[in-house]
Design a protein around this ligand. Structure first.
Ligand code: ARG
Length: 413
């Protein structure tokens, strides 16, 4: 029997996939659970995987690698897809693709499989990741090939002697890891409907949380978060702690209509307390340490970076180039940001950087001002030159209405 490595979550879809790939396709299945921080009990996973007929269930703890090599670089880049989504799921897929391929090589498997449907982004990220890392590996996607309703899946398993007590799935499709949780489908498919309380699991309702904010100091080195309140923390501990803190204060809820790569607009509800705290803190530190031009170009690069991650192009030369630029911008992004966390918001309220470009002597209105105000006159004289020439030649004396900027509504009339 040819061997296949299946990306295994322990849920009904991938458990059914184990049986289906064995019976209908004749594979010997090794179920690989890649732990990026989704809360699933390991014992339960192994039990289900073996019950469904896997020859082996392997669990890899990839949490630290996920944060260090995927989530934190995206943080340093400022990568938020469509200005809102911190890319938790999108960042985990290339890591999973890599581990699937590595384990396939180790186990002498010729095929790998994932449980993605044919409508989403995740299939693209898995497939391209795997194809890029080893084009000779066969990719099977049972859910894309033959989608089965939940009931049908349970019947299928029962017919083949697999009796697992499945608890109710809940009203939404959920994906989660340390960097965030996403909920879609169910009532969320109506974009007019406010996300109900059950859509949230990590965060309290920002309207009912305590009014008392909490203050924390986040330390960064070269753009990477390294400490909280002066205490150095490994990435997993740091992010777990910030998720708990932010969640308690209702921080990190995002309700987004987003554009999938496959052309569908979809409604997603995210919770990402740690990511949102860290993004705000990191941005505040960059404002202190990057020049105006660096901030501006980096914003464009952030958008490009977010898109390439979202669109499944992690393993690409384009990514390597962009990552090199981002790393270069982070040389002096070292320092501490004091954050106020409360009432659904994470706000930078203090910042300090060793190589800060903020100079008090220049900014101050006090007596020790080092800025030469009289020099501003000459500066404005040159900077305003083209405005004055244009006004003199083209604008002065023109009819009043040609100078007025029309509103969008007026323009379409
Ligand atoms: N829309 C997000 C993305 O494409 C989240 C997808 C969540 N995946 C899932 N299988 N529920 O990255």
């Amino acid at each position: 029997m040819p061997k296949l490595i299946l990306a295994y979550s322990g849920g009904l879809d991938t458990t059914t996939a184990i049986k289906w790939l064995t019976v209908e396709r004749g594979y010997e299945i090794i179920a690989l659970n890649i732990d990026v921080g989704a809360s699933r009990e390991q014992a339960l996973l192994e039990e289900r995987g073996m019950a469904a007929g896997a020859v082996k269930v392997r669990v890899v703890d990839a949490r630290e690698d996920f944060l260090r090599y995927f989530a934190f670089p995206a943080l340093a880049a400022g990568a938020l897809y469509q200005d809102g989504y911190p890319l938790a799921t999108a960042l985990a897929r290339p890591l999973m693709a890599k581990l699937l391929v590595d384990v396939a090589h180790e186990e002498g498997a010729t095929a790998v499989a994932h449980g993605c449907t044919g409508k989403g982004n995740d299939q693209v990220r898995f497939d391209i990741g795997i194809q890029t890392l080893d084009p000779s590996i066969e990719i099977v996607a049972p859910t894309r090939e033959k989608s089965m309703a939940r009931e049908t899946q349970m019947e299928y398993l029962a017919q083949h002697g697999v009796h697992i007590p499945w608890t109710d799935k809940g009203p939404f499709s959920i994906d989660e890891n340390l960097w965030g949780r996403s909920a879609e489908a169910g009532v969320l498919e109506d974009p007019w409907v406010e996300p109900p309380a059950e859509a949230f699991e990590w965060t309290q309702d920002p309207d009912t949380v305590t009014a008392q904010p909490e203050y924390i100091e986040v330390g960064f080195e070269h753009g990477m978060p390294v400490s909280i309140d002066g205490q150095e923390l490994d990435p997993v501990t740091m992010v777990e702690r910030l998720n708990a803190l932010g969640g308690e204060h209702g921080v990190g809820r995002i309700d987004l209509i987003e554009d999938r790569l496959v052309g569908i607009k979809s409604r997603e509800v995210y919770e990402a307390p740690a990511a949102m705290i860290l993004f705000a803190a990191h941005r505040a530190l960059e404002a202190m340490t990057l020049s105006k031009q660096q901030v501006k170009l980096k914003r464009h690069v952030a958008e490009e970076y977010a898109e390439l991650i979202y669109n499944g192009l992690w393993f690409s030369a384009h990514h390597q180039d962009i990552a090199a630029y981002v790393a270069s911008t982070q040389r002096h992004v070292t320092g501490t940001v004091r954050m106020r966390v409360g009432r659904g918001r994470a706000t930078p309220v203090g910042r300090h950087a060793e190589k800060s470009l903020y100079e008090h002597a220049l900014a101050t209105y006090d007596a020790d001002d080092a800025y030469d105000q009289s020099a501003a006159v000459g500066f404005i004289n040159i900077w305003g030159l083209q405005s004055r020439v244009q006004a003199r030649r083209q604008l002065l004396g023109a009819p009043e209405e040609t100078l007025r900027i029309a509103t969008p509504q007026e323009r379409t009339e």
